[in-house]
Ligand binder design. Structure first.
Ligand SMILES: Cc1ncc(COP(=O)(O)O)c(C=O)c1O
Length: 379
């Protein structure tokens, strides 16, 4: 099987699974318990926190473990909105965010907040000037993703963070679920206050992740409960999941994401030679994502045809592909409905090899004329 759906979920690394299994058996006790098995589980969590913090160049107490990207995004956005509501009730975000940011903002609108959704340009890139223009005296938070999950476009997060330094009362949240470990981001230089990361996008496990929360920044907790994670995220900690997340992040240090880019760029180069392809991924993109359309052939039809060849790709993001709605992101980029309906996303990982890339192109060359012929016979 050729697995090209790594933006949806990556395959967990074998050693991550090993860490999870061993930690799950040995450190099963409740980390909040006073007895020594509980304290050992707590020590495991704190070791993982320190390792992750050290690799990121931040303090251990700036890491809050969560169940993944969706929770981290909700905690950052709703948590800031609630804590700082006395300061203002306006949030700036973009039209191209993941639903866990976009819908969290929609929820806040229902609760009396106002949100400005900044549009991207036709390459799917947000302009820092448009972010600045959207800021008002009431703005408490700007939330902009680092790497777009459908197109792979890398947003000018550093530039946005630099301009936000002029607005000390505005906090800056970055959804880095698709960028972490693949596109470098200097949190200090970019003045990032909150950053969301998910384990299953980096060969860790589903249900693991964290929110980086800079010292001095507050979020109101989403859950009421036992006050774990320094009162910010109640719920018995997933000690084995946390240890496996630290392992997955340590492994990132040993891999070079630019090797993935070589494969993605090879595929891009091959696709560009075919007149039936329209590419939506701009050059300013992450190494692992390529989004394109084959106009006239529905995205889901091509997904299934490729699956018969044991090639796993997706139409848009995993969450929106089942909803059968045109992608909000492509719409915001002014991509026509016809092109949006025929969009395909491939997303690679460090486990892909060049032979698969050539097999993928060969498969497209075989499949596309057959599907086009079938379509012509129907019309
Ligand atoms: C950009 C982005 N943010 C957030 C998420 C949600 O992360 P999780 O699946 O860990 O909840 C995803 C998942 O696809 C994503 O791509």
């Amino acid at each position: 099987m050729i697995y090209y759906d790594n933006s949806a979920t990556t395959m967990p690394d074998a050693s991550v699974m090993d860490t999870f299994m061993k930690a799950g058996i040995r450190f099963f006790a409740n980390p909040s318990s006073l007895h020594s098995p509980g304290m050992e589980a707590e020590r495991l969590i704190e070791k993982a926190r320190e390792q992750i913090a050290q690799l990121m160049g931040v303090s251990a107490d700036e890491i809050i473990f969560t169940s993944g990207g969706t929770e981290s995004n909700n905690l950052a956005i709703k948590g800031v909105a609630s804590f700082y509501r006395g300061r203002g009730r306006h949030i700036v975000t973009t039209m191209i965010e993941h639903p866990s940011v976009f819908e969290a903002c929609r929820d806040l609108e229902k609760g009396g907040y106002s949100v400005t959704y900044v549009m991207p340009d036709e390459n799917g890139l947000v302009r820092k000037e448009d972010i600045e223009q959207a800021i008002t005296d009431e703005t408490i938070l700007v939330s902009v993703m680092h790497v777009n999950n459908e197109t792979g476009a890398v947003q000018p997060v550093k530039e946005i963070g630099e301009l936000l330094k002029k607005y000390p009362s505005v906090l800056f949240h970055v959804d880095d679920v698709q960028g972490f470990g693949k596109v470098p981001l200097d949190l200090q230089a970019a003045g990032v206050d909150l950053l969301s990361v998910s384990g299953h996008k980096l060969h860790g496990l589903n249900g693991t992740g964290f929110l980086f929360k800079r010292h001095g920044v507050h979020v109101a907790p989403l859950f009421s409960g036992g006050g774990q994670e320094r009162g910010v995220r109640s719920g018995t900690e997933n000690a084995a999941g946390i240890a496996s997340l630290a392992k997955a992040i340590r492994l990132l240090q040993q891999s070079d994401p630019e090797k993935i880019r070589v494969l993605t760029e090879f595929i891009r180069g091959q696709l560009l030679k075919r007149e039936w392809v329209v590419i939506h991924t701009p050059l300013q993109s992450a190494p692992h994502i390529l989004h394109f359309s084959i106009p006239g052939i529905k995205g889901e039809v091509l997904v299934h045809a490729l699956e018969k060849e044991e090639i796993i790709v997706s139409t848009t993001s995993a969450c929106s592909s089942k909803q059968n709605k045109p992608s909000r992101i492509l719409e915001a980029m002014n991509v026509s409905r016809e092109h949006a309906a025929s969009a395909i996303r491939i997303s690679l990982s460090r486990y892909n090899i060049i032979k698969e890339a050539t097999q993928f192109i060969d498969a497209l060359d075989r499949i596309v004329p057959v599907l086009a012929k079938k379509r012509n016979e129907r019309t």
